[in-house]
Design a binder for this molecule. Structure first.
Ligand code: ASP
Length: 604
């Protein structure tokens, strides 16, 4: 039976006591981690968010009634204990922070009992994630998750303090907004008052923060909830948090300066790690050419070399034709791996194919039985052509060269991923490193084969680089943007841009993106209107807070740093959301659910 706390007041949390408290009378409250009866004594490990404290019930001290009650304690009962702190003497448990002391109990109250648990509350668990998410409130009792949530809190506080010191105002923006394009699908909220009309949940507060600059707030930040209705590939969540910011009268260098300060500060405050500044910068073009990725992992090198010039006239049609058709032949030299077993090379070829490549050619320098080259395309090449490839790659005896030939995007994607695979399988990655990198000068536009038109690479409000604007009609793909990403260990932590603040450029940009003036007006007429009234030049950036926290916590997934995450199909297993709603709710909203479509989709 549950008892009340009446008359008891907690002295401190379990983990907060030490040998300095020996002799003191204390009241502690928490959960039973485990309790066992050993030779007339009941030992109970009491747990709260600060740690574990041992409680000991001795019949002589606590009396037979309390002792009998202690004998009924089971895992995860929530209890209060009053007693005296005493030394454990030679029985001290050095593995426990409070292992030198224990509470000699005099009083016990069972505040609430626990039913049989669906899984044990332990640091290490084999319980499958679905079950843990269904009982997330229990899962969150586990020390590693408690630690992650603490870390996230500390991170948020560090961000707030730093931004405040830098003159940023924390301003909340609404969650019900007008649908604005950022690339993903919007989550929609039907309006009851305006039946048939919908709010959208913000994919980010992009336009609102730009309008705050129009309002003269100069520097804004927010830990902003964002919502994107995407198919959840890999490690994404339909709702997530951004550290979002915007600065007036700022250009690329100003944003980078503020953010390098932020990164240094949060890493120091949360992890005690010193990040060296300035952070390296690399243009998008260099990153793609050299590492095949716009978020290269620089914890190891293995750069890509373009050998198109070297092989353009060779007889190997795979190479020569690719170049003739506007593609590239590129290579990675892997030092000392020329004797890599065939099976491992085949695994690399599979990676190349997985990422849409046709395959990989390879050349093992002087690795044949008689010191000749082992090469998958030797029969198509003259010896001097092979030597030229080896020279271009800076390879030497015993090295492996892998080669891909394809259109620019494909060849980057294929070799970028083969490079990552090599980094992983050859153990080249320094796991303790914090390798930050700025990627700058992204293309303003990217061609979409699917839509047969240019799309904004960042978003439609990103400023072009002044020196490239003249090509906007003649060669739009050539125009670079004042956009930047911050990359850590091969993942994108955040990104942003200098914004277009001139109405004429904004209108032109929308035209290039295929918006008719009417469509532009109906989607973000409010922004175009605001830009008529003296808009300051401005720029901003947003980080995925969850991702930052994940890296800091050394977690495998952003779910591990979120209190209540969703699973891949965007459902919440604990609450059972999304769910069917009451008929009347739909009537109020003038919404009719099409059962035929739903049933058909269910069959799929
Ligand atoms: N709103 C952008 C995003 O969510 C970030 C920015 O440009 O500030 O990616």
């Amino acid at each position: 039976m549950a008892e009340s706390m009446l008359g008891l007041k907690r002295t401190a949390r379990c983990g907060e006591f030490s040998v300095n408290d020996i002799g003191k009378e204390v009241t502690v409250m928490g959960w039973v981690q485990k309790s066992r009866n050993k030779g007339g004594l009941v030992f109970t490990d009491l747990r709260d968010r600060s740690g574990i404290l041992q409680i000991i019930f001795e019949e002589d001290v606590c009396g037979s009634e309390v002792f009998a009650k202690a004998g009924t304690l089971k895992n995860e009962y929530c209890i209060a204990v009053k007693g005296n702190i005493r030394s454990r003497g030679k029985d001290a448990n050095t593995e426990l922070a409070t292992g030198a002391i224990e509470v000699e109990a005099k009083e016990l109250r069972i505040l609430s009992e626990s039913a049989v648990l669906p899984f044990q509350i332990e640091a290490d668990t084999n319980t499958r994630e679905e079950l843990r998410l269904q009982y997330r409130y229990l899962d969150l009792r586990r020390p590693p998750l408690q630690k992650n949530i603490f870390l996230r809190h500390k991170l948020c506080i560090a961000v707030r303090n730093y931004m405040d010191e830098q003159g940023f105002l924390e301003i909340e923006t609404p969650t019900f907004i007008k649908s604005t394009p950022e690339g993903a699908r919007d989550y929609l909220v039907p309006s009851r008052v305006h039946q048939g009309e919908f709010y959208a949940l913000p994919q980010s507060p992009q336009l609102l923060k730009q309008l705050l600059m129009c309002s003269g707030f100069d520097r804004y930040f927010q830990l902003a909830r964002c919502y994107r209705d995407e198919d959840l590939r890999a490690d994404r969540q339909p709702e997530f948090t951004q550290i979002d910011m915007e600065l007036s009268f700022a250009d690329v260098d100003d944003v980078i300066a503020v953010n390098e300060g932020l990164i240094k500060r949060i890493w120091k405050e949360v992890l005690g790690v010193d990040i060296e500044l300035p952070i390296e910068r690399m243009t998008w073009q260099t990153a793609m050419d050299k590492y095949g990725s716009d978020k290269p992992d620089l914890r190891f090198d293995l750069p890509i070399t373009d050998i198109s010039d070297v092989v353009k006239d060779c007889e190997f049609s795979v190479f020569a034709d690719t170049i003739k058709n506007g593609g590239y032949v590129r290579a990675i030299c892997v030092p000392g791996e020329g004797h890599m077993p065939r099976k491992k090379i085949d695994a690399l070829v599979d990676v190349a194919k997985y990422y849409g490549g046709k395959g990989l050619a390879y050349l093992c320098v002087n690795c044949g039985e008689n010191g000749e080259h082992k090469c998958s395309f030797a029969k198509f090449m003259k010896p001097e052509e092979l030597e030229a490839i080896i020279k271009a790659c800076g390879a030497k005896e015993g090295d492996l060269i892998v080669i891909a030939a394809d259109k620019f995007t494909k060849v980057c994607q294929v070799l970028g991923n083969v490079r990552l695979e090599l980094g992983k399988t050859l153990g080249l990655i320094d796991q303790g490193a914090w390798r930050f990198l700025w990627i700058t000068e992204f293309p303003l536009l990217e061609w979409s084969e699917e839509e047969n038109r240019f799309m904004a690479m960042h978003h439609p409000f990103t400023s072009p680089m002044e020196e490239d604007w003249e090509y906007i009609d003649s060669d739009p793909g050539r125009v670079r943007a004042k956009a930047y990403d911050i990359v850590l260990n091969g993942t994108e932590l955040g990104g942003g841009s200098v914004r277009i603040h001139r109405a004429d450029i904004q209108e032109k940009m929308l035209e290039v993106l295929g918006f008719t003036p009417e469509k532009a007006q109906s989607q973000f007429g409010f922004l175009l209107e605001a830009f008529k009234y003296g808009v300051p030049p401005h720029a901003g950036l947003a980080y995925g807070l969850d991702r930052v926290a994940m890296w800091m916590a050394g977690a495998d997934s952003i779910r591990d740093v979120m209190a209540f995450p969703k699973i891949k199909d965007a459902s919440d297993l604990m609450m059972g959301a999304p769910s069917v709603v009451d008929k009347q709710q739909l009537i109020d909203l003038a919404i009719k659910v099409d059962e035929d479509i739903i049933n058909k989709n269910k069959e799929k």
